[in-house]
Design a protein around this ligand. Structure first.
Ligand SMILES: [Zn+2]
Length: 157
């Protein structure tokens, strides 16, 4: 089954971009990491275009001047950002490729995967959030995060 790349055009949020960029730079500095050009380029790209799922290959393809040989530094940068909690990984929307998006404590969304074409759509739903928090209370759990993927087909509208 051919899956289309995730495209979420027009959803870039400038506040989220700036807030995440500042937090990313703080954490990278606090971790004692030296400024690396590959990491800096990946951070800047993710701030703008990584607000919803991207594969590492898509990150590589969108970076300017990323020639062969630089992809390993992109993979390394993505691993570092993941370890710092700055991005989150969602596995396998059907094609086996891990996808990444920036993590923001104040704003998150979930994903709907259309099983017909593999298109992934972000969504938010306050009732879902309320239900998840209520479940956590019933389970006596201090919630630090949650993930939800809906799969199915969209009905004709
Ligand atoms: Zn997303």
């Amino acid at each position: 089954m051919g899956l289309t790349p995730v495209r979420v055009a027009g959803t870039m949020n400038a506040d989220l971009r700036d807030r995440w960029l500042a937090r990313a730079n703080d954490r990278i500095a606090a971790a004692g990491m030296r400024a690396g050009s590959a990491r800096t380029a990946v951070v800047e790209l993710l701030a703008r275009e990584g607000q919803c799922l991207l594969t590492v290959q898509e990150i590589i393809d969108r970076l300017p001047r990323s020639g062969p040989g630089s992809s390993s530094s992109v993979y390394r940068a993505v691993d570092e950002l993941l370890a710092l909690g700055l991005i989150r990984r969602l596995n396998d929307h059907g094609d086996g490729a891990a996808r990444y998006e920036i993590a923001d404590p104040d704003r998150h969304h979930h994903h709907f995967v259309d099983e017909r074409d593999g298109h992934v759509e972000p969504f938010t739903d306050p009732e879902v959030e309320a239900a998840i928090h209520a479940a956590a209370r019933r389970l006596d759990v201090d919630l630090s995060g949650h993930e939800l993927v809906l799969r199915g087909t969209r009905r004709a509208r």
